[in-house]
Design a protein around this ligand. Structure first.
Ligand code: ZN
Length: 215
């Protein structure tokens, strides 16, 4: 079986996203790249119950190389993001807080320094019908310099060098969306200015933020 490790990673990612409430039923799709091949979740599959054998392997033009099930309808979006970035994996769901922001606002501004792991503010890509090349192009633009984006009236997308990182970035996006929504309910949130953001990046680079280390 091709891309065995990636298939297992996608199945585990589906379970984790379902357990965390970021995906309900079949509403999302995941992929992982290895060289010139991409493993993707099948269309119509319950994301939290997928097995490695249910994944479909495609080449970068979208031709099926291995698999019995039709791939996700969002293949154009996944392939466009792989062509435009060095991503190793992509996660997309309709997580509720992220989708609420995507239905209402233009971005999640930098209200918390943890968002800098996503590259800063999270943009909302303009609306287009799911599965289209038009949506794929909008998403690629919104992802420029970022690890995540929102899709107008649709959901969220994140990427990363590994499936685990792409899942983590989707979770971080959902957390930021929920945080920002609560901020707006309380009043007008303070945002982190450019200098404050630069100071955080400099400090995180110096001390390896987000990694454990020995005393
Ligand atoms: Zn979707």
């Amino acid at each position: 079986m091709l891309l065995e490790q990636e298939r297992e990673g996608l199945a585990a990612a589906g379970r984790r996203l379902a357990a965390g409430g970021l995906v309900i039923g079949t509403s999302g799709n995941l992929s992982a790249r290895a060289g010139d091949l991409v493993a993707v979740t099948p269309t119509g599959g319950v994301i939290g119950e997928l097995t490695p054998a249910m994944m479909t392997v495609l080449d970068l033009e979208g031709q099926v190389v291995e698999g019995d099930l039709a791939p996700t309808s969002e293949v154009p979006m996944h392939l466009a993001v792989y062509r435009a970035t060095g991503a190793g994996a992509i996660t997309h769901t309709h997580a509720v807080a992220s989708t609420a922001i995507a239905c209402t606002l233009e971005e999640i501004p930098v209200v918390h320094y943890a968002m800098l792991a996503l590259g800063g503010s999270v943009r909302v890509a303009p609306y287009a019908t799911y599965g289209t090349a038009e949506l794929a192009a909008h998403v690629v633009t919104a992802l420029e310099g970022r690890q995540a984006a929102l899709l107008r009236n649709h959901g969220s997308i994140a990427l990363g060098p590994t499936v685990e990182k792409a899942v983590g970035n989707l979770e971080l996006t959902e957390w930021a969306a929920e945080l920002y929504a609560r901020c707006l309910a309380l009043g007008t949130p303070h945002l982190l200015g450019r200098q404050a953001q630069e100071d955080v990046v400099a400090r995180a680079l110096a001390d390896g933020y987000g990694t454990t280390r020995k005393l």
